[in-house]
Ligand binder design. Structure first.
Ligand SMILES: [Mg+2]
Length: 229
C-alpha cells in the first residue's frame, strides 16, 4: 500500500453511528402499524417500498420517510389515520436531528493520517443532512474535499478520482459497506479497507462477500488501519 496518496472515508457507520438510528425508527414505525400487520411483515413491506424507491429518491432520511408513508397507506389499505402520518413526519424530523456520535478511534485515525495523506469524505445521502452531520462532527478540518454522491457506483468514484487527479492505485476507500464502499473501488483498480459496522442496512447486504481479493484489507476496527499505513 506504499503508493497510496489519497484516502476517502465513507461517513455513515464508518465515521459515526447511523444505521442504529434508522433501525430504532423502523421499530417505532412497525409498532405504529401493529393493528394491521406483525412487525416482521411491516418491515418486509417497507423493504419492498424502499427497493422500488431508492432509484427515484436516492438515499437518505427524506426518501425513507416517504417510503414509510407509502408503506403505511398500502398496509392499511388507505385507512390510515392522518395522525399516524403526522407521527411518521415527526419521526423523520427527529431522525434528521439525531446527535452525531463518532465511532471509537475515528479522530485518532484522522489525526494520525492527516499530515501524511490527502483525506476526503465520500458519502451518499441527503446533502443537507450529510452537511449538518459533517459540521456537527467537528471533523471538517481534516478533509481536503467532501463528495456527497447520489449513488456509490463505479461511475461516481471515477468522477471523484478525476476531481482529485488521483490514479486508482493511489486511492484507498475506507467504509462499512462492501457493496457501495469497496466493490466499485476495487473494480476500478483502487484499494479498499472494509470495516464492517455491527448492523448493516438490508439494502447494503451482499451474499458471499469475497474477502480475499487483491487490494482489499478487512479491519475489525478503524484504528487497525494504522498498522498498514
Ligand atoms: Mg456507511
Amino acid at each position: 500500500m506504499k503508493n497510496i496518496t489519497n484516502i476517502a472515508f465513507d461517513a455513515d457507520d464508518t465515521l459515526w453511528i447511523n444505521e442504529t438510528y434508522f433501525q430504532e425508527t423502523e421499530a417505532e414505525f412497525c409498532a405504529l402499524l401493529a393493528d394491521y400487520m406483525s412487525a416482521r411483515e411491516v418491515s418486509g413491506e417497507l423493504y419492498k417500498t424502499e427497493s422500488a424507491n431508492n432509484a427515484i429518491y436516492g438515499y437518505g432520511v427524506k426518501g425513507f420517510a416517504l417510503s414509510m408513508i407509502e408503506t403505511a397507506l398500502r398496509v392499511s389499505q388507505n385507512r390510515l389515520e392522518p395522525r399516524l402520518i403526522s407521527k411518521i413526519i415527526d419521526m423523520e424530523k427527529s431522525l434528521l436531528q439525531k446527535p452525531v456520535v463518532l465511532l471509537d478511534g475515528v479522530r485518532e485515525v484522522l489525526e494520525k493520517l492527516g499530515g501524511r495523506y490527502r483525506l476526503v469524505v465520500a458519502t451518499k445521502g441527503d446533502i443537507s443532512s450529510q452537511e449538518r452531520k459533517l459540521e456537527e462532527s467537528g471533523l471538517l478540518g481534516y478533509f481536503h474535499h467532501i463528495e456527497i454522491m447520489s449513488y456509490k457506483g463505479e461511475k461516481n468514484y471515477k468522477k471523484l478520482l478525476g476531481h482529485l487527479d488521483c490514479a486508482p492505485e493511489n486511492f484507498l476507500m475506507v467504509g462499512n459497506s462492501y457493496k457501495s464502499d469497496i466493490e466499485p473501488v476495487l473494480a476500478l483498480g483502487g484499494w479498499g479497507a472494509y470495516v464492517p459496522f455491527h448492523v448493516t442496512w438490508q439494502h447494503e447486504k451482499v451474499e458471499n462477500e469475497n474477502l480475499s481479493r487483491p487490494r482489499l484489507i478487512v479491519l475489525e476496527k478503524i484504528t487497525d488501519i494504522l498498522k498498514y499505513l
